[in-house]
Design a protein around this ligand. Structure first.
Ligand SMILES: [Zn+2]
Ligand SMILES: [Zn+2]
Length: 422
């Protein structure tokens, strides 16, 4: 059958909605998760269960293993010599640690000497060892690793039921869009909510703020990625990622009549035995009625989450209808916090210096702000006076990022520009 009749589609849609709906009186809580993680299934240097063991012990509630263009499914053997070579750093051999943690009964080996191989466990095999209701959940994912004329276009998709193969488009923006279209198609067909986010836009100087703005199907992008090669701060010719967020959101609201992007923080972890691409640098905190993949995706789509690289919030109230934000920061020791409210005023939207300017600054642990008449949007970023314990760039401090709130209704452009989003 090639077509789905409208009634069946409606039933499917209702099934998705009901499965993720928040029942009256149900109490939501915060779940910590990493949406971007690599393992030996692609170019990471440890076994998926060793990685899950780390994240679970560190207090994460959900983990997306997101290897390049592959799901952890099917039979995959790897030469033990190649596993050890991946480590590159000193320390205990990878296999020794794996055997010590999971035991000889769990670890599957074949062959001897230089020909010895180890089988990588599938996600289905490792789920029962880690998952616990309300405490820990894997969300199946993939880094759809695409490019256009050598420029990287990497999109993470989470809560997949099937692999998405990267499809090239006729332009960079069409290539960005192709991943989102594939995720949407799979979501409808399989009846499970799938969240896609554009990764590390400055990696390889692949994606500009204008690209992020104009691909309006894109709802999420990585405002912080813990990989040290992602050019978080930009350079003399390229804006840093934070500035790109403001540039893209200003274009969307001022010119395109489109909703702003939400930011995601992730590890993009590859190395688990020392080295530079560490786990535990950046994560999302998601408020959901229970720990299920559908609930996590649904909450993130509604903006009920924030990003952190070490600052935790309490009592976060973000009301898009009213344009109001208030929260408390959970103080740690003698740390001091500065919150900057960043946004763009309508009167300054054409002035580069007015895009993403500081609208207000707060010190202390309680912050409230509401959208002013002349503001297109605002967002909040909280910075601790303490250094990040595992920095991915120079002088990094612990931070948290809150999703933007914007003026409603969003005014549509007077003259739609043809061909604006190839
Ligand atoms: Zn990537
Ligand atoms: Zn990655």
């Amino acid at each position: 059958m090639t077509n789905t009749s409208p009634p069946r589609f409606t039933a499917l849609f209702l099934a998705i909605t009901c499965a993720t709906g928040i029942a009256a009186g149900e109490e939501s809580r915060w779940y910590k998760g990493n949406t971007h993680t690599h393992s030996l299934w692609s170019d990471g240097n440890d076994f998926p269960e060793m990685i899950a063991d780390f994240y679970k012990r560190e207090g994460y509630h959900f983990l997306v293993l997101s290897d390049h263009n592959i799901l952890s499914r099917g039979e995959k053997w790897m030469a033990v010599g190649s596993v050890e070579k991946r480590r590159r750093t000193l320390g205990h051999p990878t296999m020794k640690k794996y055997l010590a943690t999971f035991g000889a009964k769990w670890v599957e080996l074949r062959g001897k000497g230089d020909a010895q191989q180890v089988r990588l466990k599938t996600l289905g095999e490792i789920r029962p060892r880690f998952e616990q209701a309300g405490k820990f959940l894997f969300i199946e994912g993939e880094e759809i690793t695409n490019s256009f004329r050598g420029l990287p276009v990497h999109t993470n998709a989470m809560n997949l039921g099937e692999l998405i193969k990267p499809e090239k488009g006729a332009s960079l923006r069409a290539t960005m869009r192709s991943c989102l279209v594939a995720a949407k198609e799979q979501e409808k067909r399989l009846g499970q909510l799938i969240l896609a986010h554009l990764n590390h836009p400055n990696f390889g100087w692949g994606i500009t703020a204008e690209d992020l703005a104009h691909v309006i199907e894109e709802q999420f992008f990585e405002v912080y990625n813990g990989h040290p090669s992602v050019r978080q701060l930009g350079d003399a010719k390229h804006p840093g990622i934070e500035k790109m967020w403001d540039l893209a959101n200003t274009i969307r609201l001022a010119e395109l009549g489109a909703e702003p992007l939400f930011g995601i923080a992730s590890d993009d972890s590859h190395q688990y035995h020392g080295g530079d691409v560490k786990p535990g640098r950046g994560w999302v905190m998601v408020r959901a009625p229970s720990l299920s993949a559908n609930n996590i995706v649904k909450a993130m789509r509604s903006g009920d989450f924030y990003c952190s690289s070490g600052v935790t919030l309490e009592g976060l109230e973000r009301n898009q209808e009213k344009g109001t934000l208030s929260f408390k920061i959970r103080a740690v020791g003698k740390e001091k916090y500065t919150t900057r409210i960043i946004g763009t005023r309508r009167s300054r939207q054409s002035d580069p210096a007015g895009i993403g300017e500081v609208l207000a600054t707060f010190t202390g642990t309680s912050v409230s702000y509401s959208l002013k008449d002349n503001e297109l949007y605002f967002r909040a970023i909280i910075t601790s006076d303490k250094a990040h314990p595992l920095p991915s760039f120079a002088k990094q401090q612990k931070q948290a990022w809150i999703q933007p709130l914007w003026a409603l209704p969003i005014s549509k452009p007077k003259t739609p520009r043809a061909g604006q989003t190839p």
